[in-house]
Design a protein around this ligand. Structure first.
Ligand code: KG4
Ligand code: ZN
Length: 345
């Protein structure tokens, strides 16, 4: 496949990742996950920033080596400019600015959540709009209507915790490791999904189209319900109940997300759904979405490797914006709260 050579760099959280694309084809891709955070049960921002500084050169060089090219052969640089941890973001942005300036190449600042929309299209050429998008990551939960690339209508979002954050916090409550999603997925199959009746917030309250909680989600009450249940069980020991707790919690999150997504399917009349972000790696979520969509629906999703944070989705989004004639000035800076480009409410 033809097209410019794009280097994408991602350092918004706890993955340092670089990818080299020629057009939409991945030539080289390195994803280095920081395991320093495991002992703290969550990402420590200062540690993340320092770890990115330590490895960013090696990660980029690794991706270039896999691609069989030198840095000078890169045509376009793309970097996550936000949202994310500011110290972590700055490492990638400073690196990409220096490279783009030094080589006189265009630079694109990429929105991390827009990039999660593009991840699936790297593996599946049909994963293009129109679709309803459920973006579920560690920091964000967004339900979007995407008629075409670059045009995004916000249908719903979380009122408090992101879906991935809920997995991470509940895993910590259950004494499981970080990140919590894969840990809960690992232990849940041994448990019963109906062992505990955890709440499905804003699902069963009789919401109607037009109500502002019709598409929104909320996970903080669910997390508290798990915490209260754990406190109640604790005197007798939690050990044997962890699979039941994990399975019941996971089922509550999945049912909530599927209900909201199907409301969006009905409202838009579009039976194509794209799920992206780290929680899209959840097999329970994907199979429930597939079942709800039925045989005439289409579920688009990235593989687990491209669902979680990676440089390839950043490079792919940079390519899209570059081909639209956009470029960032060298005054580009990272923003923890970068607004989603092209998002309408
Ligand atoms: O998109 P991502 O890699 O980083 C952010 O942009 O935040 O998402 C990370 C999140 C974490 O909260 C992690 O627990 C969750 O994705 N996650 C999962 C699974 N794999 C990762 N959640 C549920 N089930 C999984 N299999
Ligand atoms: Zn992400």
């Amino acid at each position: 496949m033809d097209g410019p050579i794009v280097l994408g760099l991602e350092t918004s959280c706890d993955e340092t990742s670089a990818a080299v694309l020629r057009g939409e084809e991945i030539l080289g891709h390195i994803i280095l996950s920081q395991d320093e955070h495991q002992v703290y049960g969550g990402v420590v921002p200062e540690i993340a920033a320092r770890a990115h500084i330590r490895v960013v050169d090696d990660v980029v060089n690794g991706a270039l080596k896999q691609a069989g090219i030198t840095l000078e052969e890169v045509d376009v640089f793309g970097v996550t400019a936000g949202p994310g941890l500011i110290g972590a973001l700055l490492v990638g942005v400073a690196w990409a600015k220096a490279a783009a300036y030094g080589l006189g190449r265009p630079l694109l600042g990429v929105h991390h959540m827009e990039a999660h929309l593009f991840a699936a299209s790297l593996e599946d050429p049909d994963a293009t709009p129109p679709f309803v998008a459920l973006l579920v990551s560690g920091g964000h939960t967004l339900l979007l209507w995407v008629p075409e690339w670059g045009r995004y209508e916000l249908l719903g979002a979380t009122r408090d915790d992101a879906a991935g954050e809920a997995f991470d916090k509940v895993a910590k409550i259950l004494g499981l490791g970080y990140p919590g999603g894969p840990e809960i997925e690992r232990v849940a199959p041994a448990g019963r999904t109906d062992a505990f009746a955890f709440p499905r917030p804003m699902v069963s309250g009789g919401q109607k189209p037009g109500d502002d909680d019709y598409f929104d989600v909320s996970f903080s009450g669910l997390k508290t319900a798990v915490l209260n249940q754990v406190r109640e069980l604790e005197p007798d020991g939690l050990e044997g109940r962890v699979p039941d707790l994990a399975a019941s919690f996971q089922a509550a999150v999945v049912e909530t997300l599927v209900t909201k997504t199907m409301r969006a399917v009905t409202a838009t009349g579009c039976r194509r759904v794209l799920v992206g972000g780290g929680v899209a790696a959840s097999r329970a979520l994907r199979s429930a979405l597939r079942q709800a969509l039925g045989p005439d629906g289409v579920l688009l999703h990235p593989s687990a490797r491209l669902a979680t944070d990676n440089g390839a989705m950043i490079a792919r989004t940079a390519l899209f914006r570059h081909l639209r004639g956009e470029a960032a000035p060298l005054t580009l800076t990272a923003r923890a709260d970068l607004p989603f480009p092209g998002l309408e409410r």
